[in-house]
Ligand binder design. Structure first.
Ligand code: ADE
Length: 226
């Protein structure tokens, strides 16, 4: 899979690329590129944003700057690009990122993420250059970079080669294997600590009983959330 991030801070992704499961996914042949939005601006002084029409606080990323950058990176009109691959604007007002969307994206051969800064994007970027708008939660962070890392982290760990244990990504919180419920509780040694004993069933060696116990705990957690 090819994950591209269009950002004003490409160097932030150097740290991210070094994280164990990300590094593993990259070794397995997946790609994560950070493309510098400022590098291709047609405006002087590296300008990428401007004041909002109608007034108000903050600055807005310009549509002409994004157009030039995407044309330079892909040698394709971005209006066409977003018909060929998922191009996603990261914005607090977008579709909420969840396990279903992560699965959907992990099945794509190529995805491009656009990071907003300041007050966000000129709306024409989202309307004409993007297939989707995605939010990581109903709060505002200073820019799309951390949201892009959250999304890339969640997608990359679903890909073959990223995790050591093949089961780890399939039977985890919110997955289809758990009926969309949160994951059951985990315990490790010591079996008793400060008088806190782990549930007996986990020491029983009865795989079917353990499976049923885990499914029940997972359902309880799901019901408590609803
Ligand atoms: N940019 C700023 N806040 C965001 C959020 N909650 N999700 C995605 N992108 C964002």
């Amino acid at each position: 899979m090819q994950l591209d991030v269009v950002t004003l801070f490409p160097q932030w992704f150097d740290w991210f690329r070094g994280q164990h499961h990300v590094a593993k996914a990259l070794e397995a042949g997946h790609e994560l590129r950070a493309l510098d939005l400022r590098e291709h601006t047609p405006l002087s002084g590296g300008q990428v944003d401007d004041t909002p029409f109608g007034g108000g606080a903050g600055m807005v990323l310009r549509v002409d700057v994004m157009d030039h950058a995407l044309q330079a990176f892909y040698a394709t009109d971005p209006v066409e690009l977003c018909k060929e691959r998922r191009v996603i604007a990261l914005t607090p007002g977008g579709r909420m990122l969840d396990d279903g969307l992560v699965d959907e994206l992990a099945a794509e051969p190529a995805v491009t993420l656009l990071c907003g800064r300041y007050e966000g994007f000129d709306e024409r970027i989202v309307q004409h250059f993007c297939s989707d708008a995605v939010s990581i939660g109903r709060y505002v962070i200073a820019g799309g970079e951390l949201a892009a890392m959250v999304l890339c982290d969640a997608v990359l760990r679903k890909l073959p080669g990223a995790l050591g244990h093949a089961q780890s990504a399939t039977e985890e919180s919110f997955s289809a294997a758990l009926g969309g419920d949160p994951e059951y509780p985990h315990y490790t040694r010591p079996a008793e600590y400060r008088g806190w004993a782990i549930p007996d069933v986990l020491l029983s060696g009865h795989h079917e009983e353990i499976r049923r116990w885990r499914r029940a705990r997972s359902r309880e957690r799901g019901a408590a959330e609803a």
